[in-house]
Design a protein around this ligand. Structure first.
Ligand code: ADP
Ligand code: MG
Length: 612
């Protein structure tokens, strides 16, 4: 519909309030407009944390030449006509206020061409007044340039935080939308530096990695498609495995009908879904998107449109809790290739309808996991940074032997947070298959153990414990070893040197991508320093969500140090491996969040053989 002024009585019913609080609110309103305009490409650029300049360019339908001025009037919108329309809002915007508000506190240039017109329009507005208008040639779509935000509202300008803080608000907003709209190509540039670029290929992975970092991003589990019994509430998204948890709820993101919202109850539904699976006072990582009929949700609650009200809040709560629980439970118990996830202890969190069960059953954990390398697994409540590290105590005898024998000491800091549900049953080793898996028998059937993943888990906990107990001591090498790395990796490694030192690795830059390895902890002495450093330098995750560097490095070390697929193991070695796995705090996943063990239940076998 054309842009028009809302009738008085409709305007009066709209949740009113100031929407332009800070640069990020400008970005939010403009990007939402772009998405409402059907854009498949949205480019955001800022200078000076958004105070100097915010530019949002899209390839949406554009604004008809005759309506451009109108778009900047208060209560002018093309998205809403009558009060009744307020009940069924399907667009992100509807108040017709954003452009007017923004234009009143900045200098705006609007460049736009509607898809049905040949010529575009350039409109310049200063402090809310039209300053210039010309006809221009330009591609379809809209570009808004917001300069000198709050230039005429000194009080507001004074309250802006540092450029860095303002930028991070923008980052947080845009990265979330990039995950929620994987079919839209987003880019974000601050002061000429590209922060985010997604291709819009429909795969949310790029954006996930961008938001959560390589490690965490790749460990997330995808919520399998799931509808409630009435088929009206659709829950999708990604949740962390139980091995990943955080100190606050800040890593829980919610979208409702394509809109980022803050909702305490739904946040609680997600936290509840992890009940007993996470250590106390720890919170999950989740990106959950709920889709439901527009008439079942009221978005006209809050001026910034970040709160919603549901017609049936309980049903949405249940749907979210059930979907998240089923996803997590599917991963948390020993993964079975054929069985649907076990029902939650309280009985109501499991998927209720048969179709869902069947769909879930068809998904193996690997298929559901985003298939990319390392992931992250904070193990302890104790912050890593505070952990003691003894550096340069040559000759100190290693208390933890990082080979097949190694095992985390019982009662050490690592097992402290282990949820009771993750313990393994006693297993009897039968043999090895495909030089990759250990076959074992347990109380309920057959267990397949991924030898590499299991060993990674064992090493990871052993190394973490050793480090936290100050036992990862640097031991000088007889001869320093020279290692050469490609430029990018060398630069990355250089940033990691202080963290490496904390882990007992003395590495010295020697110029032109070359490093001298002077000391290594005894536990890692059997690894070739060149390979190890190359592995450590290969990752380049710069996650906005903070993970201790040492932790990331330890995971990379484990990947390199663990026995590989293809390695033939003696019975004794297998038994030791299984035994040591049983003694870890989180035996069911490798440090990257992938399963270490898969179970085939006796009942399954009986069914498969048609004996029941
Ligand atoms: P609202 O989004 O609530 O309608 P706004 O003030 O944000 O109000 O925008 C006013 C109108 O301007 C919109 O209804 C839409 O018709 C038009 N508009 C704004 N931005 C764009 C854009 N990027 N592409 C196409 N049309 C736009
Ligand atoms: Mg809008």
């Amino acid at each position: 519909m054309p842009i028009h002024l809302l009738p008085e009585e409709v305007a009066a019913r709209i949740a009113a309030g100031e929407v332009v609080e800070r640069p990020a609110s400008v970005v939010k309103e403009l990007v939402e407009n772009s998405l409402d305009a059907g854009a498949t490409r949205v480019e955001v650029e800022t200078r000076g944390g958004g105070r100097e300049l915010i530019r949002v360019r899209d390839n949406g339908v554009g604004i008809p030449a005759a309506e451009v001025e109108l778009a900047f009037r208060r209560h002018a919108t093309s998205k809403l006509e009558s009060a009744a329309d307020l009940e069924t809002i399907a667009t992100l915007g509807f108040r017709g206020e954003a452009l007017a508000s923004i234009a009143s506190v900045s200098r705006v240039t609007c460049l736009t061409r509607h898809t049905t017109e040949d010529a575009g329009t350039r409109l310049r507005i200063e402090g809310g007044e039209v300053a210039a208008r010309t006809t221009v040639g330009r591609p379809r779509g809209t570009e808004l340039l917001i300069e000198d935000l709050f230039y005429n509202v000194p009080a507001r300008r004074k309250f802006l935080q540092s450029e860095r803080t303002e930028r991070s608000h923008i980052d947080a907003f845009l990265t979330r939308y990039a995950i929620a709209y994987p079919h839209v190509a987003f880019s974000l540039v601050h002061d000429g530096r590209e922060i985010l670029a997604t291709s819009g290929n429909g795969n949310p992975q790029e954006a996930l990695l961008n938001v959560y970092g390589m490690d965490l991003g790749t460990s997330l589990l995808e919520i399998p498609e799931m509808l409630n019994a009435e088929q009206t509430i659709h829950v999708s998204g990604f949740v962390g495995p139980t091995s990943v948890h955080r100190a606050n709820r800040g890593y829980i993101t919610l979208f409702v009908n394509g809109r980022w919202v803050q909702d305490l109850r739904l946040t609680y539904a997600i936290i509840q879904a992890y009940h007993t699976l996470l250590p106390v006072k720890r919170f999950p990582v989740a990106f959950v998107s709920v889709t439901l009929p527009v008439e079942d949700v009221d978005v006209n609650v809050h001026p910034a449109k970040t709160e919603v009200r549901f017609r049936d809040g309980d049903a949405v709560f249940r749907a979210v809790q059930r979907a998240v629980r089923a996803t997590v439970m599917h991963e948390a118990p020993i993964a079975s290739p054929w069985e649907a996830p076990s029902p939650a202890p309280d009985g109501d969190a499991a998927p209720s309808d048969m179709a869902t069960r069947a769909r879930l059953a068809a998904l193996t954990p690997t298929a559901r996991q985003i298939a990319l390398p390392p992931a992250e697994t904070p193990l302890t409540e104790t912050p890593w940074h505070g952990a003691p590290a003894s550096v340069s105590t040559p000759g100190a005898s290693p208390a933890v032997d990082v080979d097949l024998e190694s095992q985390p000491p019982r009662g050490g800091p690592v097992p402290a947070t282990s949820p009771a549900t993750s313990a393994l049953p006693p297993l009897r080793v039968i043999g090895q298959a495909a030089t990759m898996f250990i076959i074992a028998e347990g109380p309920d059937g057959i267990y397949l153990i991924d030898q590499h993943a299991a060993h990674e888990r064992i090493l990871y906990e052993a190394l973490l414990t050793a480090w936290m107990q100050g036992q990862l001591a640097a031991q000088p090498l007889l001869e320093p070893v020279t290692v050469s790395l490609p430029v990018a990796e060398a630069a990355h490694l250089e940033e990691l040197l202080p963290a490496l030192l904390m882990l007992g690795m003395e590495v010295e830059p020697f110029g032109a991508g070359t490093f001298l390895v002077r000391a290594m902890p005894a536990q890692l002495a059997h690894l070739a320093p060149g390979d190890l450093l190359a592995d450590i330098a290969a990752g380049d995750e710069q996650s906005p969500i903070h993970t201790a560097l040492e932790e990331i490095i330890v995971r990379r070390i484990c990947k390199r140090a663990a026995i590989k697929a293809g390695q033939v193991l003696s019975r004794e070695e297998m038994e030791r491996l299984v035994h040591n796995l049983e003694r870890t705090a989180n035996p069911r996943t490798c440090p990257h969040g992938r399963p270490t063990i898969v179970q085939i239940g006796v009942e399954q076998l009986i069914r498969q053989f048609g004996r029941s």
